[in-house]
Design a protein around this ligand. Structure first.
Ligand SMILES: [Zn+2]
Length: 71
C-alpha cells in the first residue's frame, strides 16, 4: 500500500480589488513589505516574500510563483 499525500497549495491572498493607479498599488505593496507582511504579486496575485538587505527593513519583494521582483 502506498501513501500518497497531496498537499494543496496555500490559498492566494485576496486580489487587489480597488481601482487605483500603479503607483498606488506599488505603494500599497511597499507598505505591506515594510510592515513585514505578505503582499500579493502585481503580476500573478501570488504571495510575494519580502527580501532583506543588511538592515532589518525589507528592501524589496520576490514572487516565487512568477519570478517577479520589486525593488
Ligand atoms: Zn507573481
Amino acid at each position: 500500500m502506498s501513501a500518497c499525500t497531496l498537499v494543496a497549495p496555500p490559498a492566494p491572498p485576496d486580489p487587489v480589488d480597488e481601482e487605483g493607479t500603479l503607483d498606488e498599488l506599488v505603494a500599497a505593496l511597499w507598505t505591506g513589505l515594510r510592515g513585514d507582511r505578505p503582499v500579493a504579486c502585481l503580476i500573478c496575485g501570488a504571495e510575494m516574500s519580502p527580501e532583506y538587505g543588511v538592515h532589518a527593513r525589507a528592501i524589496g519583494g520576490h514572487c516565487s510563483t512568477c519570478g517577479a521582483s520589486l525593488h
